[in-house]
Design a protein around this ligand. Sequence first.
Ligand code: NAP
Length: 288
Amino acid sequence: MAKVAFLGLGVMGYPMARHLKAAGHEVTVYNRTLAKAERWVGEHGGRFAATPREAALGQEIVFCCVGNDDDLRQVTIGPDGAFAGLAKGAVFVDHTTASADVARELHAAALAIGAGFVDAPVSGGQAGAENGALTVMCGGEAGYFAAVEPVIRSYARACSLLGPVGSGQLAKMMNQICIAGVVQGLAEALHFGKRAGLDVEAVVEVISKGAAQSWQMENRYKTMNAGKFDFGFAVDWMRKDLGICLDEARTNGAKLPMTALVDQFYADVQAMGGKRWDTSSLIARLEK
Ligand code: NAP
């Protein structure tokens, strides 16, 4: 069993840390808003620390799942950041969806203190975190990956090393590019079906058995059809992720015309008041 810390008890981090504890690891948690850390310890045991530095002291692995690049810098190399407490040979595993650049920057900072860094963004959403069934895309050195992978398995159903540091974030970008196009396609199909006077549920029942099938279709068509979006993966997060994809594409020369367009559609949804709506709310701007 490992001695670990988890930084960031949000929608994702809270249940991920719970799975670590349930698997028998010795868990210390840190959360910026202290009340959440207190609640977590009240429910699951373990202990909480007042700063990321304190949380990292003496740990074999420090996990993290915060918001964006700047949040990540704050909890790692900021004042009282985790890297000030990280022991030589310890590994920092970052589950935040962030840029590949910040992963490389933090890898260099970890290297300078003799620690490892693995970027490990996740897919599977809140349900995946709650059920311990996340998909984890990793970038880093094979030795460090081998050390952390069995522990990550506490909340993952798939976990792969995809290349050097940054590769996990680049893989997550591919994931988000796929999702953007699929959700827009599904939104247009449902919108079209309604306008055509079809029984949309009956149509989806049959086409979901064929080539049009997707996770989004299986899990989102009913709520999209009902205009319900007050759950799931927030539009604000998706715009952050698509922004990361578009920045990376400007560097590597990839052409992402559809991703750029869907990003603008999400800007429309934000302007409609949908910042916290689920990403499936793309249909709302077609039907407004
Ligand atoms: P969330 O519920 O908003 O939680 C964010 C966590 O980060 C909170 O614990 C927050 O602390 C902490 N945090 C943010 N900025 C911080 C800072 N500057 N310093 C210290 N702590 C900070 O977000 P989430 O849904 O768990 O998502 C976390 C990450 O996972 C994001 O990168 C997101 O894109 C990614 N992700 C999310 C999903 C999903 O379905 N939600 C799916 C895949 C990937 P406070 O409690 O104090 O605010």
